[in-house]
Design a protein around this ligand. Structure first.
Ligand SMILES: [Zn+2]
Length: 58
């Protein structure tokens, strides 16, 4: 009666970036990759001095 429709592709786009340790998410310097230190409302990089305010990383 009606033409057979092919089954929909079951490919699910997994756009999940690699997250080796979710607990340390956003605790790594985006500039040099060093560990960042949390102070009050800022994250400060120990390596290069790069910092994020809470309004940036939340
Ligand atoms: Zn850094």
């Amino acid at each position: 009666m009606h033409p057979a429709t092919p089954p929909p592709p079951e490919k699910v786009a997994t756009a999940t970036p690699p997250q080796p340790d979710p607990n340390r998410l956003m605790r790594t310097c985006a500039n040099c990759g060093a560990e960042m230190e949390e102070r009050k409302c800022k994250l400060i990089c120990r390596g290069c001095g790069y910092f994020l305010s809470c309004s940036d990383y939340y």
